[in-house]
Design a protein around this ligand. Structure first.
Ligand SMILES: CC(C)(COP(=O)(O)OP(=O)(O)OC[C@H]1O[C@@H](n2cnc3c(N)ncnc32)[C@H](O)[C@@H]1OP(=O)(O)O)[C@@H](O)C(=O)NCCC(=O)NCCS
Length: 160
């Protein structure tokens, strides 16, 4: 199936369709938490929520944050390295639309959002997709952390 999509900035009107269309796999409790996060991403002035859309359908999203708080437990060296970097969170593509480049386009857009603000790099936390970020985007793992009992890694890239 050939899919085309556009990237756009989310506003209040997107909250309901985003929650309806991207939470099939979630419990009611997870869905509520997801809705709260989406609201926060739209309302807070230091971040933008970027959506991948096909007409009225929401196919994926990523939230980009201008200098998010760093995770606890990082070394002083890493804290210095990540100083002023932008951060990404919640990169997600609907399971039926994966493997078509939507996730890459969202991530590339997030990086350019950071570059346009003059921020020196980009970091995020992941636990499954490290190989993808290394291979396709040149990220390196800078630390391992535990979030709510789950082992995750912090990946980062300094822009050229
Ligand atoms: C991670 C995630 C966002 C990737 O989204 P996606 O739309 O599938 O991403 P892409 O299609 O751009 O790239 C993913 C893979 O498809 C491949 N691909 C890219 N374009 C493609 C295309 N046109 N046709 C087929 N495959 C393609 C990529 O090379 C990559 O291959 P890999 O599986 O060998 O690494 C998605 O899998 C997801 O939502 N996962 C659950 C949440 C998650 O893990 N988020 C990341 C946490 S930081």
């Amino acid at each position: 199936m050939n899919v085309t999509w556009e990237l756009e900035l989310a506003t209040e009107i997107h909250v309901q369709p985003t929650v309806e269309q991207l939470t099939d796999h979630m419990s009611e409790q997870q869905r509520q938490a997801f809705r709260d996060k989406i609201q926060r991403y739209i309302q807070k002035p230091d971040r933008d929520l970027i959506l991948a859309v096909r007409g009225p359908e929401v196919l994926g999203l990523v939230c980009v944050i201008d200098q998010a708080e760093l995770p606890p437990g990082l070394s002083v060296e890493n804290m210095g390295y990540l100083k002023n970097f932008a951060s990404g969170t919640q990169l997600l593509v609907h399971p039926s639309f994966r493997g078509r480049g939507i996730g890459s386009s969202l991530h590339i857009h997030a990086e350019s959002w950071a570059r346009k603000r003059g921020l020196p790099g980009y970091w995020f936390i992941t636990h499954r997709m490290a190989h993808w970020y290394e291979r396709d985007f040149g990220y390196v793992t800078i630390a391992s952390i535990e979030v709510e009992g789950v082992k995750k890694i912090v990946m980062a890239k300094k822009f050229d």
